[in-house]
Design a protein around this ligand. Structure first.
Ligand code: MLC
Ligand code: AMP
Length: 508
């Protein structure tokens, strides 16, 4: 049986004769047929470059329809797509290159020289470019080739993508997602969110993470929907598009920023059917203000890189703030203590899940994979939740030390290691503090050596060489010592309490 996700997408939309697809705002439409054709030319290019199924294609490019073609080309030809946040620095990229060992790297033209050197170092034979308009050597070369129209026959367990997710110990781990993981999740979401013919999606998310790449694109493509494709979030542009759209997906920051715009009104949302939020907790206050202003109750869902979407508030039933709804129909969920023993109704524990959406393990890290699965196959999410009598889940915290800022994950350990390596620094702690725009903002506490010549500015500048800017703490405090418990562990909860309102007056 043909279980390549591309086959499913092609049946639903890519072979559609209708002139729908990605509408670039203010520009032309790249139809589903164009996407199909572009992906087939890219598949031909892979063949010319002697890539074989299972080879990794590492991609760090801006959002464009051609970037979507590249993703689709990987699916259809059986390559493993490895997307990276465009904010990652050369230092971060060097790690992903050596860990994923791609045969082809596609990057922005400005980064190509540096990346070629790194690629040569690890023996990656090909580096091609793609700019923010989708132009560059990849499309130049693919454009001269005839389309390779076949779709590689795959099994559901074959890998479609590796998405990196940082580990609590600092180093990122590659979550291996199979075609079956991706298609089962897409089909479930398409069904439970009640997609209907004529739905039009506003797509303003980045396409290097689960939310924008899989959840938004796959569900809209399964529906052969028009996708209003914005290069990035822009509140004015989104509000202008609302009267033509029916569905929007975003991280909570999208909704707080929209609420700051007086043009967001009931009338502007008259055509909308569904606003969906996820990737970070949506505050009750945002949920309620949005309903008052627009008449829409945002549908909050919950997921993660390793499993795609896990729970969702109901489309038709009650959508409650501060809950993430029910497990998807094909997902089994339980709340357990640290030993994996199931807890009762309303008790707080770690969410453990099992289902066709759960990933195949961490790339070349069997120990890490084993550590996150129970013997009976349940995956330990690391999120602290409570489940009520009806089975409705609320995320109440995280067992993992993680900050989620504007929907991006920041692992304190990774940032602390970089700060600790700076001259003059004795030690540091990084925590997340409530932030009105980003939900949480990272804050650094630094203990300096005596006579160190270090300032907030010098730390931020030094970190910018090694860390993506969104990971760099927004504020630093220099302290004499870090609060510790009797075991010597830094008491981050005390810091969180003491500094809880430092971002209170920070606007979007
Ligand atoms: C940008 N900056 C951020 C940031 N985004 N800092 C912290 N957190 C963020 N998320 C930095 C910039 O580098 C810049 O720093 C400064 O903040 C101002 O940038 P901006 O122009 O205001 O930011 P903007 O470009 O508007 O981006 C904000 C955003 C964006 C919220 C629109 O971050 C975004 O699109 N987030 C979505 C993330 C996402 O898709 N997550 C899904 C993960 S999947 P400086 O120093 O340069 O001034 C997942 C699973 C699931 O989690 O369940 O979905
Ligand atoms: P990522 O590793 O980037 O996929 O991030 C996944 C994490 O985001 C989850 O483990 C949760 O901690 C968090 N998350 C996603 N959606 C929600 C939500 N609706 N509410 C609270 N946390 C969420």
């Amino acid at each position: 049986m043909q279980e390549n996700l591309y086959y499913l997408l092609r049946e639903r939309s890519l072979k559609s004769p209708v002139d729908l697809g990605l509408e670039i705002v203010g520009g032309k439409t790249v139809s589903y047929a164009d996407l199909d054709n572009g992906s087939a030319r890219i598949a031909k290019l892979f063949q010319e470059l002697c890539l074989v199924p299972g080879d990794r294609v590492l991609v760090q490019v801006d959002k464009s329809p051609q970037a979507v073609m590249l993703y689709l080309g990987c699916l259809r030809a059986g390559m493993v797509y490895v997307p990276l946040n465009t904010a990652y620095t050369a230092t971060e990229l060097a790690y992903f290159l050596s860990d994923s060992e791609p045969r082809l790297v596609v990057c922005g033209p400005q980064a190509a020289d540096k990346i070629e050197l790194e690629a040569a170092r690890i023996g990656a034979p090909h580096v091609l470019t793609m700019d923010e308009r989708g132009a560059g050597t990849l499309m130049e070369q693919a454009g001269t080739l005839p389309p390779k129209n076949d779709i590689l026959s795959l099994k559901s367990g074959d890998l479609g993508a590796i998405l990196y997710t940082s580990g609590t110990t600092g180093r990122s781990k590659g979550a291996m997602l199979s075609h079956g993981n991706l298609s089962s999740n897409a089909l479930a979401l398409h069904r439970i969110w009640g997609w209907i013919p004529g739905d039009v999606l506003i797509h303003a998310l980045p396409i290097f993470h689960v939310h924008g790449l899989f959840v938004a694109l796959h569900t809209a493509m399964l529906n052969a929907s028009r996708i209003l494709f914005l290069p990035r979030f822009d509140a004015d542009k989104i509000i202008n598009l609302l009267p033509r759209a029916t569905v929007m997906m975003g991280v909570p920051t999208f909704y707080t920023r929209l609420l700051h715009n007086p043009a967001l009104t009931h009338d502007a949302c008259r055509n909308m059917r569904l606003f969906i939020s996820g990737s970070a907790p949506l505050l009750k206050e945002t949920f309620e203000s949005f309903e008052t202003r627009t008449g829409h109750r945002i549908l909050e869902r919950y997921g993660m890189t390793e499993a795609g979407m896990i729970t969702s508030n109901p489309l038709d039933g009650e959508r409650l703030p501060e809950t993430v709804g029910f497990p998807l129909p094909d997902v089994k969920a339980r709340v357990a203590d640290e030993h994996g023993v199931a807890l009762g109704t309303d008790e707080v524990g770690v969410l453990e899940i099992k289902g066709p959406n759960v990933f195949q393990g961490y790339w070349r890290a069997p120990d890490k994979t084993q550590a996150e699965f129970r013997d009976d196959g349940y995956f330990i999410t690391g999120d602290l939740v409570r489940m009520d009598q009806e089975g409705r889940i609320s995320v109440v915290g995280r067992a993992k030390d993680l900050i989620i800022s504007g929907g991006y994950n920041v692992y304190p350990k990774e940032v602390e290691v970089c700060i600790d390596n700076l001259e003059g620094v004795a030690e540091s702690a990084v925590i997340g503090i409530p932030h009105p725009d980003f939900g949480e903002g990272a804050v650094g506490f630094v203990v300096l050596h005596r006579d160190a010549n270090v300032s907030e500015r010098s730390i931020k500048d030094a970190l910018a060489d090694s860390l993506a800017r969104f990971k760099i703490p927004k504020k630093f405090f220099f302290v004499d010592e870090l609060p510790r418990n009797t075991m010597g562990k830094v008491q981050k909860n005390l810091l969180r309490e003491r500094y809880s309102d430092i971002f209170r007056n920070t606007g979007p």
